[in-house]
Design a protein. Structure first.
Length: 168
């Protein structure tokens, strides 16, 4: 299992291929009548997204925008997000284009199931020569982090980037 802050040089290496999650990583938002994110990811939240665009008011944390600008090569920066509809895809794409314009739209990828590992592996194999290419899958969900690592992908929790929050 990845150890928090274990390799800050890897986190800062511009040559590393990065796969970012959206919810809880690139996007900060609240939802619901009280503006608080308090429902399970796989139930009420999915229903809420059908009638509300949480990404319209979502913002990117300044330290993360700075991290992407300073340490990430746009051609090696990808977004992989679970999504269930084309409408949700569009909401997330608009958010990323607004908050992270340096990430190419063709590098914004969606999965309809629960696992993002297959698409990360596919990108690494087709574009970068496989799993031996230096890469990081940055997520906030333990389930996803464990799946990445079980498939031989290097995964880091978003909190590891907090160690680099003082980038100035």
């Amino acid at each position: 299992m990845y150890i928090l802050g274990h390799d800050t040089n890897l986190l800062k290496d511009r040559e590393v291929i990065r796969f970012f999650d959206v919810d809880g990583v690139l996007a900060v938002y609240a939802f619901g009548d009280d503006g608080v994110y308090v429902v399970k990811d796989d139930s009420e939240y999915d229903e809420y997204l059908k009638t509300h665009d949480v990404y319209e008011s979502a913002r990117a944390p300044e330290f993360l925008k700075e991290y992407v600008d300073r340490y990430c090569d746009p051609a090696k920066s990808f977004v992989i997000s679970r999504s269930y509809t084309d409408v949700e895809d569009g909401q997330k794409i608009r958010f990323i284009r607004r908050e992270y314009p340096q990430i190419p739209e063709e590098n914004i990828l969606f999965v309809r199931g629960t696992s993002k590992t297959e698409i990360a592996r596919q990108v690494l194999e087709e574009r970068f020569g496989g799993l031996s290419a230096p890469h990081l899958c940055i997520d906030d969900t333990l389930d996803h982090l464990e799946k990445y690592q079980a498939e031989g992908l290097r995964a880091v929790h978003i909190s590891s980037l907090l160690l680099l929050a003082e980038l100035k």
